[in-house]
Write a protein that binds this ligand. Sequence first.
Ligand SMILES: [Zn+2]
Length: 495
Amino acid sequence: MKDAPIEAKLLIRHGYVITMDDAETVFEDGAVAIGANGRILAVGDDAGIAGRCRASESIDAHGAPVHPGFVECHLHASYQLFRGALPDQLVESDSFDSFEGHFYNAVTDEDEYLSVLLACIEMVRNGTTCFMEAGTVLTPEMAARAAREVGIRAVLGDAFIWDQPQGFAQGKTDAAEGCATCAAQARLHTVLRRAPQTKDEALATLGKQILRNSDPDALVTGHVAVLGLGTASEDLMMQAKACADAAGVTLNIHQSYSPADTEADRRRFGKDPLVHLFETGFLDRNVTFGHANHLTDTECEALLERGASIAWAPAASMMWGHGSSVHGRHAELWRRGANVALGSDSPNWSNDFDLWRQASIAVLTARDVRMDRTYLVAEDGLHMATRAGARAVGLEKAIGSLEPGKRADIVIHTLDRPEMVPSTNMIRNLFYASRSKSVHTVIIDGKVVLEGGAFRHIDERAIFAEVRKASQALLARMGQKVAPNRLARPLRSVG
Ligand SMILES: [Zn+2]
């Protein structure tokens, strides 16, 4: 029987197509046909598809890898304007007072728009086609506008769903209790003027982004973000969970990031945080925990039983010395079947929005800490960045793999990079050598956003110029002088 003809809008030919489907199918000389509705029509051998496909546009991948776009699962998209401003000697308990607090009182809607615009440009250039924002853009519509302009898929949350911004462990926040981070959070209470201060204010905001989901074709959708780390009462957490359940979306919350906030949560719950959340029913399949760097054995079992996701941000932990590569259970949980996705956090935590870097750190540190080369392989990293990411943001039916019916969020690399020569094993060369450096063309929702390294619809350099100007003005309004690093060892003369 002859296969039916395919009427496509776009046809990708001669790609090394890494589908990330359940069977991990790879087509060494593959093709992907995309329909006018932005969905994938067919994936398979080039010879089998090209002969029966009529397409108005076609792209030749010249043998280079083609894979599903990466899904960024933990991102603060509005801090771009002070990227790199925090000096290395700054301790985390001072960062809120020195930077974030001033930032939130000085930032304008236009700043947020420019910041997210820059973040989106960076993500697309690095092969990320979807991101979930952590619920910290004060005017989410600015993030939506920026995402739509760049053409990236976005999953937004309402800003600062919290009702006890004074911080961790329900009032047990003074430094005398041994938690400097809690004490710093406590000072935020009077600082963030545009964020909710009470439960009623938080509840009045909660669920607004979900209204975006009424359009089944929306590029920008909503989820429920709760800031977490002790800033939400249990009542607010449960109301947020009910809201996410009713809408069938992900609930995304920071959890067990540093030893200090984990211990503060342990004090307020009277037991390991995830064990308590398991017992109350909060811990569930639609919950994605940002970081989760410090989990006990019992918490790991609870997480596995309920099937919750983790957005692991390995570089952020390394940047601030929180020990996720040494003490984190992410790789072990992954091997046991947990859904571990990846996140870049923010422009002073891992500083770049490049999931290739996160995936690489995740795989390599997991091996190093166990002194076992076989512990995780390159494909594990690819899976975390695609399939696991799609599930962590609640879009596993729509994205994460190249299969008929899914949205066409696709990254095409180039072999014209020294790191991709020779291509003895395409996946190993891609994962260990070229990573985001070989990203060439990016398609999101069936539309070509980045083509041969250039954006089709936006003037990147003009945006960079505006961001530079806005950053200077913002830092001046924040009253911040950007200090150099203090050297870790004294200068000494050589000779
Ligand atoms: Zn975060």
